[in-house]
Design a protein around this ligand. Sequence first.
Ligand code: SF4
Length: 232
Amino acid sequence: MSDFSGWEKLSLVDYDDNITTTLFMAGCPFRCPFCHNAELVLHPESAPKIPWAEIKGYLEKRRGVLDAVCISGGEPTLLPDLEDKCREIKELGYKVKLDSNGCQPHILRSLIEKKLVDYIAMDIKNSKERYMSTCGTKVDMAAIEESVDLLIHSGIPFEFRTTVMEEFHDEEAFEKIADWVRGAKRFYVQRYIDSGGCIQNGFHQVPIEKARKFVEILAKTVDFASLRGYDE
Ligand code: SF4
C-alpha cells in the first residue's frame, strides 16, 4: 500500500507550534489493544486511498500557510515509497514530522541520513519486559532498542512518548524505561482516552498524580519530561 488513508488537513497539536497537516497510512505490525486507529490497523486492505496528487495539490496551494506535514499511521515506515514522499514534501518547503513505533530502525536511519525528516516521535510502549504484552503481539525488541539508540544519538529533534494506562504502567516500569532511554531529549507521558474505537476498549486512565510521578522518574535521566493531554 503506497497511498495515505486518512488526512487531518489542519492540526495545531501534532508538532510543537507548527501549523501542520497530518497524513495517516493504513497497516501496522503491532496490535496495541488501546490503538485508536483500529480500522486502519486491522483492515488496511479496505482503508480509503487518498490520491497523492490531491495531497500535493493541497500542499502546493498552502505554502506559507502551513509549516509542516506529519506522517502518521498505522506505522508509516511500512510505506514503500516513504522516502520519495518525504523528499517531495521537503522540496515544497515543508518540515516533515514522522510518528513511528520504531519497528524499522533502518528506515529511520536512512531518512535521518538523507535529511528527509525534521522530527521523529517514537512510542515507548512500556519497559522492555512488558513490551510485547503492551503491543498485543510478538515484537522484535532488538529493532526497538536499535531505534531508541539511533534517536538518542541522531542529533535530530525527537521525542519519546508513552500513552499510560492503569492496566499496563506503574512506577516500576517507568524506573526501567528511564534507565533505558537515559540521555533522551524529550519524553511525554500521555493521557489515555477511550474513544470507543480502540482495538480493545475498557482500559483505565492513570490519575494525574500517578502520571506526575512517572514524569518525575523520567526527569532523572532525560533532559525534559512532561505530561501531555492532562489538565494541569
Ligand atoms: S503501534 Fe501505533 S498504530 Fe500500531 S497498533 Fe500500536 S498504537 Fe496502533
